[in-house]
Each structure stands twice: as C-alpha cells, then as structure tokens.
Design a protein around this ligand. Structure first.
Ligand SMILES: C[S@@+](CC[C@H](N)C(=O)[O-])C[C@H]1O[C@@H](n2cnc3c(N)ncnc32)[C@H](O)[C@@H]1O
Length: 299
C-alpha cells in the first residue's frame, strides 16, 4: 500500500479541485495534499492514494466535498483588518445607506465560519445608533457546508473571540455558552447563511447588493477564474455599490469597477467615487454625464 501520492493522482485531484471550486494548486503542493487527504483515506475506507481518483469518479458518499473541504483554507477572524471595518462604519456604509434610502444589502462571499458576516452585523448594529431606522440584510455564503454550519451556529471558542473582538464588543454582542461564546439573538435577526459556489451566478442570493466582501479567497485562484468570479460579483452589485477585496488582492484587467482610494482593496461600481466626491462641485453634472455606467475608470 502506497502512503505517498504519485504525480498522476496529484494531477487528477488538482483538476477536480480546480473544476469544482476554482482553486489552483501548483505542483509544489503535493505534500500538502498528502498530509490533508490522508485522514480522508481512512474515513472513506481507502487503502492508498492510488484508489482515490476511482473513488472520486464514482463518488456517492460526499468524498468529493470532503476532499475539497480538506484542501481549502478556512482561516478567518473577527474584524480581520480593523481599519477596513472602521472605514465601513464611518464612511462607506452611511454613504451607501443615504443613497439607498436607509436600506442595505451586504454579502460576505466566502465567509468561512462566519466571523466576517458577524463582524458586519456588529458594525451595522452600531450604525443604527446614529442612523435610526436603518435596515440591513447580511448574507454570508461559502462553498463548505461544514464551515457554514459553524457560521449559522454563531458559537466560537475563547481563542476565536479573542482574535479581533474588543472586550466591550464581546460582552455586548456575545453570551457565554459553556466554554464558548454565542452570538446574541439581536444580531441573528438580520444575518442569513447560504451555500454558494463563487463559480456560479449569485442570482439565487436575491436582489443586488450594496456592498460585497470577497476577501482572501481570490488569492487561491488563477486569473481566468478570478475574472469569471468577479464578473458574477459585478453583475450582483447595485449601482454605486462597493466591492471589498483582501488588502493584497488586485482586480484583474477588464473588470468594470473603479478603485476607491479611500482604502486598499475597495472598488466601486458605476462612477460612484466621482459622484460622491464632486457633489458640491459646479462641474459635477458635467462629470456625471461623462461617466459611462459600468466602464472601468481605474488607471
Ligand atoms: C481564507 S477563507 C476567507 C474567509 C473570509 N473571507 C476572511 O477574509 O476572513 C476562504 C474561504 O473561501 C471558501 N471558498 C473557496 N473556494 C470557494 C468557492 N469556489 N466558492 C465559495 N467559497 C469558496 C473556503 O471554503 C473558505 O471558507
């Protein structure tokens, strides 16, 4: 019995993961595959990696999902990069809410175990103090059912809540649940989680979004896949809406969004930046006429 993965098996599993989830792994990741997939062999009664491709081909037992989930990175935390959420709370969300008559739809795409979606719930809850009547709908989605089950449960270890939440946020928005902390009911009212593969159209997730967070997932994908996913996301954005990528992630060419210099990783649709910064400019009307909605304005 071989406990090593040969090159052909590695290539076949890589192809499966790319076709199904868009994730691209280079040949240097063979060791990672071996270490992450070894427990799966035992779980599915396979004696060696050589048996894996055939078992995947006749998959009836969730083997495919288990393989992908084992290879995907679910790393996340509350308020991951706090400056981003400070900007959302102070500037972007109030601006978007004003445009949309006090109603916001926000999508945390690739939300993993939910910390990003719950962070948005905290931010928008605080915003309601200065914007009474603000209505928010937050949707968290991910490919992984296991991650989503944890997100829906909203129950986190002390280690997890300590990564990003202040003591004040913890006591205000979480309650003790044994050794864990559970999100309070008042946040649960406006957050929903759905399984969604980013390679597919987000139409089933409902009407357009004012803000989409798509952070720390495109880095695992090649450029054609990023482009395909971002086209879906652009189609799901309301006019003037915002897209937030991870701070080190760049928009591939050909995506009809404008970079918002206010914060790294933020992009806007439909000429929103000029419109908001030139509201008092006497040339604003002329500028507005010049902006062709949907055209990329970034240099
Ligand atoms: C590193 S986590 C990022 C979590 C969060 N966005 C953050 O920045 O903290 C990446 C997540 O992307 C999800 N993912 C990977 N490929 C996906 C796909 N094709 N469709 C939907 N989710 C995907 C994984 O399941 C994982 O939970």
């Amino acid at each position: 019995m071989s406990i090593m993965m040969d090159a052909a098996t590695f290539a076949e599993i890589s192809r499966l993961v790319r076709d199904y989830a868009g994730l691209a792994f280079g040949p240097d990741k063979r060791y990672l595959f071996e270490s992450r997939l070894r427990p799966i062999l035992a779980r599915f009664g396979l004696r060696s990696f050589d048996e894996l491709p055939r078992a995947l081909a006749r998959d009836r037992d969730g083997l495919r999902v288990a393989v992908i989930q084992a290879l995907v990175t679910h790393e996340t935390s509350f308020f991951r990069d706090r400056r981003v959420f400070d900007h959302l709370e102070r500037q972007l969300l109030p601006e978007l809410a004003a445009r949309r008559g006090g109603q916001l739809r926000i999508w945390s795409a690739a939300t993993s175990t939910g910390q990003e979606a719950w962070t948005l719930a905290i931010v928008t809850d605080r915003l309601r103090r200065t914007h009474p009547g603000l209505k928010c709908e937050i949707i968290g989605s991910d490919l992984s059912e296991a991650a989503l089950a944890r997100a829906r449960e909203g129950r986190y270890s002390t280690f997890e809540v300590q990564r990003g939440l202040t003591a004040r946020e913890l006591v205000e928005y979480f309650e003790r649940d044994g050794e864990h902390w559970r999100v309070r009911a008042r946040l649960r009212a406006f957050v929903r989680f759905h399984r969604h593969n980013l390679l597919d159209s987000p139409r089933p997730l409902g009407p357009p979004f004012d803000l989409v967070l798509l952070r720390n997932v495109l880095i695992y994908m090649d450029v054609p896949t990023r482009t395909r996913i971002l086209r879906h996301v652009v189609a799901a954005l309301a006019p003037g809406g915002g897209l937030l990528l991870g701070t080190s992630e760049l928009l591939p060419p050909g995506i009809a969004l404008e970079r918002d210099p206010a914060i790294a990783g933020l992009y806007r649709s439909g000429g929103a930046i000029r419109r908001s910064s030139d509201l008092r400019d006497p040339n604003a009307a002329r500028l507005r006429r010049e902006i062709i909605p949907g055209r990329a304005l970034s240099p």
